[in-house]
Write a protein that binds this ligand. Structure first.
Ligand SMILES: NC(=O)c1ccc[n+]([C@@H]2O[C@H](COP(=O)([O-])OP(=O)(O)OC[C@H]3O[C@@H](n4cnc5c(N)ncnc54)[C@H](OP(=O)(O)O)[C@@H]3O)[C@@H](O)[C@H]2O)c1
Length: 256
């Protein structure tokens, strides 16, 4: 853990946090870290086996028992979202955190050549799913004394780049949506809404985007554990409507 943010081991005790795309990469790291700091995590993802591996790791480590929720965000319907909210309501009664982490890269290609079906898929997973999920989870988040919703951004949200197509457009939409939710919720609720751009991290998605890159110099997801703890713990309670990078977060923590 970075020395500039060293929270207590019980930072997230009794918190209920839903993580999408929890089976691998940054999502798996975040979910495991939340559990390590006391949270009960709901692991949502499309590949059941990956979720089961993480579930077992959390159990073996003696952290609070996790819950697995297999769901393919690509084809999810309004009923699927409503069922998820109902299940969380019945099982836990509320939600203290929602990490929108699942995403797909699609393909890197010029806009006029972008495969239309793939365009729809990228929008569905990266943009529509976080919208519907936030929407159905709002009643659960409102039951928390202090809830945190974090969308996952990317450099190409703020600085569009040729060939990044649907992925770039979806991430720009995510940041825009984050601000709308934050503004709408800041007055009468205890829900804060922010987005976080993890930067260059050694995962399957990074490999897909940069297949020829020497990834030995990239950070592993674990290097960002502190950032996710900060965003979901009490120390970020006063921040909402903000787009964070690793560096802006670090600056904020060291010079509050
Ligand atoms: N890595 C980077 O350098 C980087 C940089 C900037 C932003 N990000 C963002 O960070 C987040 C995590 O990315 P990552 O790098 O950790 O990528 P990753 O390893 O590819 O993980 C993506 C996760 O999303 C899940 N997912 C994909 N499609 C899904 C669907 N239809 N339904 C449910 N879950 C689905 C995947 O599940 P399966 O494992 O089952 O496929 C996987 O667990 C993404 O939002 C990404 O845009 C990453």
């Amino acid at each position: 853990m970075q020395t500039f943010y060293l929270p207590n081991q019980d930072l997230l005790q009794d918190k209920i946090i839903l993580v999408t795309g929890a089976g691998s990469g940054i999502g798996a790291m975040a979910a495991k870290t939340f559990a390590q700091y006391g949270a009960t995590v709901i692991l949502l993802g499309r590949t059941v086996h990956k979720l089961e591996v993480l579930y077992d790791q959390i159990e073996a480590a003696g952290y609070p028992q996790a819950a697995i929720y297999p769901m393919n965000l690509e084809g999810a319907t309004a009923k699927d979202y409503a069922d998820l909210a109902l299940n969380i309501e019945n099982e836990f009664g509320r939600l203290d955190g929602l990490l929108h982490n699942a995403a797909i890269l699609g393909t890197l290609t010029p806009l006029p050549l972008y495969d239309m079906e793939l365009w729809f898929k990228v929008m569905q997973v990266n943009l529509h799913a976080p919208y519907f999920l936030t929407r159905v989870c709002l009643p659960l988040l409102k039951k928390s004394s202090s809830a945190s919703v974090v969308f996952t951004s990317d450099n190409v949200s703020k600085q569009a780049k040729a060939y990044w197509g649907a992925y770039s457009v979806s991430k720009a939409g995510v940041d825009n949506m984050m601000q709308i939710f934050a503004e709408e919720l800041c007055e009468n609720t205890a829900i804060r809404v922010n987005s976080f751009n993890p930067g260059k991290i050694k995962t399957a998605m990074r490999k897909q985007a940069y297949p020829g890159e020497d990834n030995s110099t990239l950070k592993s997801p674990e290097a960002l554990a502190w950032a996710y703890l900060f965003l979901f713990g009490k120390d970020s309670q006063t921040y909402t409507g903000q787009y964070f990078t690793e560096y802006t977060l670090q600056e904020m923590i060291t010079n509050p």
